[in-house]
Write a protein that binds this ligand. Structure first.
Ligand SMILES: Nc1ncnc2c1ncn2[C@@H]1O[C@H](COP(=O)(O)OP(=O)(O)OC[C@H]2O[C@@H]([n+]3cccc(C(=O)O)c3)[C@H](O)[C@@H]2O)[C@@H](O)[C@H]1O
Ligand SMILES: Nc1ncnc2c1ncn2[C@@H]1O[C@H](COP(=O)(O)OP(=O)(O)OP(=O)(O)O)[C@@H](O)[C@H]1O
Ligand SMILES: [Mg+2]
Length: 242
């Protein structure tokens, strides 16, 4: 991949799509992870004066917000911090009748976090005439490793055609802080969660399979099953065929 050309092309694409939409700029969630750091850098280049990062902890590891602030300082990106802990607790109590308990792992409750971030992002997009720029990459999109209408609920997906290792290549080219490039990918939905641990496949295997079709048979089977099971997340809602 020619990283310099890819960055220039993605910046131009963001500008074109915003212009077509009559939008002035971009808002994105800044997690402290590599995907949002790369997207933030692209948005900063595309919309130097009309770009906003939202840092939205929701019972998150405080180190994540520190890393997000590190990225924001590095890029001189304006940020707003919106702490979602209280609203999340109220929602959990309302929906389950039980107070939130951090020890219990429950995917339906975990998925509320990216969905609260989605509505926060759209509030700012509506208010400022910005588009919501998502951070999903080709590896995550292929296997459906995102929350439908949560982090999947966005307007533009600049990294959609790049696998995780290519996103890392862009991050290195952009000279993002090494600490951000080197940390293990996590959705941050519960303590100790990692993408590879939860998916049960490594990005190395996933990326190789996407790029070459090559993977050990068990891995191939798993990726294909995940891709098929998540097809509904990559299309519009079904409508009756009559
Ligand atoms: N065939 C079908 N046709 C139409 N809709 C279908 C469907 N099957 C399920 N659905 C719907 O989809 C729902 C399940 O999808 P969804 O709600 O997304 O939930 P689900 O895929 O179960 O969970 C989201 C996954 O993404 C991971 N994640 C989330 C957020 C960020 C990141 C990250 O990398 O940062 C990763 C998270 O850890 C978890 O493994 C079902 O409850 C149902 O409403
Ligand atoms: N605490 C947070 N504050 C703001 N946005 C967040 C937060 N957590 C997640 N997000 C948003 O959800 C997106 C999806 O998370 P994901 O973990 O896939 O990406 P990442 O954190 O940027 O990179 P990595 O996958 O390497 O952890 C993030 O890129 C970011 O836009
Ligand atoms: Mg992350």
């Amino acid at each position: 991949m020619d990283a310099a050309k890819m960055v220039a092309d993605l910046v131009a694409w963001l500008q074109e799509e915003a212009a077509k939409a009559g939008a002035k700029g971009a808002v994105l969630g800044l997690s402290g992870g590599i995907d949002s750091a790369v997207v933030a850098n692209l948005c900063r280049l595309a919309f130097p004066d009309n770009c906003l990062g939202l840092i939205m902890p929701c019972h998150s590891d405080p180190a994540d917000a520190e890393d997000a602030h590190l990225v924001a300082r590095h890029l001189e990106l304006p940020v707003v911090e919106v702490v979602l802990d209280d609203i999340y607790d109220r929602l959990v109590l309302l929906l389950t009748g039980q107070p939130f308990s951090p020890g219990k792992r429950n995917l339906a409750l975990a998925n509320l976090k990216p969905r609260l971030r989605m509505l926060t992002l759209y509030f700012h997009a509506n208010e400022r005439n910005y588009l919501v720029v998502g951070t999903g990459n080709r590896s995550e999109l292929t296997v459906g490793y995102f929350t439908k209408y949560g982090d999947g609920g966005v307007d533009l997906l600049p990294l959609a055609n790049l696998v995780k290792s290519q996103v890392r290549e862009l991050a290195r080219y952009l000279k993002l802080p090494e600490r951000i490039i080197g940390k293990p990918p996590t959705a941050g939905l519960w303590a100790g969660q990692t993408d590879e641990g939860e998916m049960g496949i490594t990005y190395e295997d996933l990326d190789r399979y996407i790029l070459t079709g090559q993977a050990p048979p068990a891995v191939k089977e798993k990726i294909e099953a995940m891709a098929a099971a998540s097809a509904h997340k990559r299309r519009l809602p079904l409508t009756p065929p009559f």
